[in-house]
Write a protein that binds this ligand. Sequence first.
Ligand SMILES: [Mn+2]
Length: 250
Amino acid sequence: MPSKKNRNHQIMPEVSILDLCLHVRNPDTLVLSDVQLGYEETLNRQGIFLPRFNYKAIEKRLNERVFSVQDHFSTILVNGDLKHSFGKASDQEWGEVLDLIDLLKSHADTVVLVKGNHDLALQPLAKFKNVALEDPGHYLALQKTFICHGHAIPETREFMEAKTLVIGHDHPAVQLRDGVKNETYKAFLLGKWKDKNLIVMPSFNFLHAGTNILREEFLSPFLKENPLGEFSVWLVEDQAYYFGRVKDLP
Ligand SMILES: [Mn+2]
């Protein structure tokens, strides 16, 4: 049931957190990252039994927390690692990727896939579904915002020109003590990389919460050797909550 919670949480003049997505206005763009479809099948092949629930959870969450707030976007952009395994898509991935693209297409004029490090064989999927596949990223000229997966530093002119970068890849999360147990929350980060603003998005998948940012074991070249203490942090639960600076987290 759609709730009256403040789901749209503004973090920059034209940028809001909308559940686990980022919503950039003008041009109207919804960004989600690190969906990682097919992860269960990869684990199954390694002998680890895990029921397949990620796609259903993603679909439910998008419908209940995102499309209930805004039903249609000019562009929906998947910022990398749409699927989990490297190389050729498995049967599970193929079916779920097609279903997700159909769902996104029914809520947007344009669907764009940005290549992540796990997306080596996306070209046939993108072609089959007639969606754009962009490598290394997507540029919103009006906002001077460059959206890329974050596993590598692009070298394009648009990237150099950008004032704000949006990345995924590292699945930031924060572990907090909640009574007697530890709870891990998916997190957004906003700080600096060189002279640019840097927004780091959490993963839109439900297989794992993510990497605890307080341990700072990041892989992205945008976060390695980038002290995160001054970064602002928002945790996402039923809505986004501002938690101040990383250095002040409990
Ligand atoms: Mn990645």
